[in-house]
Design a protein around this ligand. Structure first.
Ligand code: SF4
Ligand code: SF4
Ligand code: SF4
Ligand SMILES: [Zn+2]
Length: 652
């Protein structure tokens, strides 16, 4: 295990939900082991942390039942034994290269549902109590084997199988039990009548399907938990009001998602607040836009919307598709319009009420309920439902009968930009069904980009555009698909449409020559470099000479843009930073998105909309905010630095 992962794991177990199950009411109990409805003690649910579970809705239940038949061979009339249609079923996200959830029935994990990127379909793998149900009830694909024990990877031959119903296809899952009943396992069918063990455990008990249950029963069972959470959130908001109401503009940030809906509901209830900001990236689902209108009407809200129209679509041809490690659109389509809007509408100090929860990500887990915005000046961010889990949110939404976004009932669990590179292939598959026209538009962009770069069609098909460098688990999946990763990854160094620089490294001198941008001058170079306080500027005139760490460098703007760095013995992080600084002034004039982030984040007025790239030196405090937040600096210069590095190291 890598060292970087260790703090994440510690944080994860710290925030994990204690999930129990009432055997009497057959519903989950969140963080309490005593049922508010019947008083019965619950048993712990042994699901994978952080257990931020959500209920399976009708769409999910139908899909699970369908998969139980098609994937596990369970005849329709017996499907209830694994996936009952009259009980609460929970889904719990688990790590996997694509979408994957544990399926919890009766408080026990019975299966994993996942999107298989190799076979390109949704699948269901029986585990633990699901395997127990299949082997004891003898439903679906199962095998009883005459072996004293089982080990992972072992291939069981036909003569050791004493009773079975095996699937016709290789790779299908089979529930397995030893004939003495001591071990259970899940296996896959291999050649002939053989099965290969995938995972083994000491046998789990089988209990026949529990009694009928519903969301309403779960709300009653968690009555005290919900009341306590609601009251804590209300006190938190009331305290903010008491301390800051006259001093700051309060507003609600609403995304059209379930969490921000609950935050909004609480803010209206406690603060009687009606000012709402909705950040429309131009990539929102139609259901989200409708939900914002409906919620606004129901609560009588004043909604301030950012409007950027087709900006994303106009810029994607210059910047290339965004990736998880290349999120230029977050600055341009989200942050910039948001900063612009709230500075105009809420001048002075502000407090934004948001629906963030600590269980959503490691980053959010490390934040507190009230924090200072890391990017927007004079802005505090308050998260009243920071401590709620997803199930709390759902139970509260149903209890209060809130008008939640309909996309959740179509299998989509994440509201936001519908083509976001953070999504998984399984999520895109759902989107393709729901809004084929949206996906076609995006696919066209991807195909055009892939063709222009000579990338193989798998680059689009397997969603490889979502990364600049592929993580290990994705590389392994690609190997299973017989895809040579190097065909797309090593060449995908610079996504934006910029000419590759000429790189010459000789002795300790590194020379980089770029096509000169039309509006770049040595004055502009000086002004933009001036924003970086840690850069020592030694001379400005026809050239600009600087020093950074052990390096000295000179930029000359003539027919080309020439960078010369001295003292380059080997590659270092200081050299990378210096290169980023030096490349930036030449890239800004050609790639500026006009987002105005630099202007809006400059607190001294040294950047203005009229002279976007220029810096009024007398006013500049050299804080660096304007340049560091600029998408050209954050993404394109980083890419070019990577390109230069690969050149210097002789890799490209
Ligand atoms: S698509 Fe994803 S990366 Fe781009 S703005 Fe939306 S959330 Fe950010
Ligand atoms: S220079 Fe300013 S307006 Fe242009 S992309 Fe950068 S931050 Fe946006
Ligand atoms: S944000 Fe303003 S003060 Fe800070 S470096 Fe940029 S121009 Fe100068
Ligand atoms: Zn109960």
């Amino acid at each position: 295990m890598s060292r970087e992962k260790l703090p994440h794991i510690a944080l994860l177990s710290k925030v994990a939900v204690d999930l129990f199950w009432c055997p009497n009411c057959n519903v989950p109990l969140i963080s309490i082991d005593k049922c508010s409805r019947c008083g019965e003690r619950g048993f712990p649910v042994k699901a994978t942390p952080p257990r931020d579970v959500r209920p399976a809705f009708e769409f999910d239940v139908q899909q699970l039942r369908g998969l139980a038949s098609t994937e596990l061979g369970i005849p329709g009339k017996y499907v209830d034994k694994l996936i009952p249609s009259n009980q609460i079923i929970l889904l719990n996200k688990v790590p996997y290269p694509d979408v994957a959830d544990e399926v919890i029935v009766g408080g026990k994990v019975v299966a994993h549902r996942f999107f298989d990127p190799v076979l390109w379909r949704w699948r269901l793998k029986p585990v633990y109590h699901g395997v127990a149900a299949m082997v004891r009830e003898k439903v679906g694909y199962y095998a009883i084997v005459n072996l004293p024990k089982l080990t992972r990877g072992y291939e069981v031959h036909r003569d050791k199988i004493v009773e079975c119903e095996l699937p016709p296809y290789r790779g299908s899952f089979v529930a397995v039990e030893t004939s003495d009943g001591r071990y259970q396992a899940v296996a896959i069918k291999t050649r002939g009548q053989r099965i290969k063990i995938v995972k083994v455990w000491p046998s789990k008990d089988y209990s026949s399907p529990g009694k009928c249950s519903s969301i309403d029963v779960a709300i009653e069972a968690n009555y005290s938990r919900l009341r306590r959470l609601e009251s804590r959130s209300c006190i938190f908001l009331q305290t903010l009001k008491d301390k800051m109401w006259g001093d700051r503009h309060f507003f609600i940030s609403f995304s059209g998602g379930k969490d921000s809906l609950v935050a909004l509901h609480l803010a209206v209830k406690v603060l009687d607040l009606r000012d709402v900001v909705f950040n429309d990236t131009g990539l929102e689902l139609p259901e989200t836009l409708s939900n914002v209108d409906e919620v606004a009407k129901a609560y009588g809200l004043r909604v301030y919307r950012t409007e950027i129209g087709d900006k994303f679509w106009n810029l994607v041809s210059r910047y290339g598709p965004p990736a998880r490690d290349y999120r230029w659109c977050c600055e341009v389509c989200k942050l910039a319009p948001l900063v612009d809007l709230i500075k105009r509408v809420f001048p002075g100090k502000r407090l934004s009420i948001i629906g963030q929860r600590k269980l959503e990500s490691f980053k959010r887990a490390s934040r507190s309920r009230l924090s200072r915005s890391s990017v927007i000046p004079k802005t505090l961010v308050a998260a009243p439902i920071h401590d709620w889990c997803a199930l709390d949110v759902w139970l509260y939404i149903f209890r209060e009968k809130l008008n939640v976004n309909k996309v959740y009932f179509h299998g989509i669990d994440r509201v936001g930009c519908w083509m976001c590179p953070a999504c998984e292939l399984g999520e895109y598959e759902i989107l393709k069904e729901l809004h084929p026209e949206l996906w076609s538009r995006w696919e066209e962009v991807l195909c055009r980009f892939a063709t222009s770069r000579g990338y193989p069609e798998e680059w689009v098909k397997y969603g490889l555009w979502r990364w600049r460098s592929y993580p290990g688990d994705i590389r392994r999946v690609l190997q299973l698909c017989d895809f040579d990763v190097s065909r797309a990854s090593e060449v995908d160094v610079v996504r934006a449409m910029v000419e590759s620089p000429r790189v010459m490294h000789s002795g300790e001198v590194l020379r980089i020559e770029l096509a000169r941008s039309s509006n770049v001058s040595s004055e502009l170079v000086y002004e933009l470099l001036y924003t970086f306080k840690d850069l020592e500027i030694l001379y400005r005139g026809d050239k600009v000479v600087v020093r950074y760490g052990n390096y000295s460098a000179c930029i000359e703007v003539s027919s080309c843009y020439l960078i010369e760095i001295r003292g380059v013995r080997d590659w270092s992080s200081d050299l990378e930073i210096l290169l980023k600084y030096l490349l930036y002034p030449n890239l800004v004039p050609q790639l500026c998105t006009g987002c105005s982030l630099c202007v809006n984040l400059c607190e001294t007025g040294a950047r203005t909309v009229d002279t976007l790239h220029r810096v009024v030196l007398e006013r500049c405090s050299r804080c660096g905010s304007c340049s560091r937040v600029c998408p050209v600096f954050r993404y394109v210069t980083s890419d070019l630095v990577r390109f230069v590095k690969l050149k210097v190291l002789g890799i490209v």
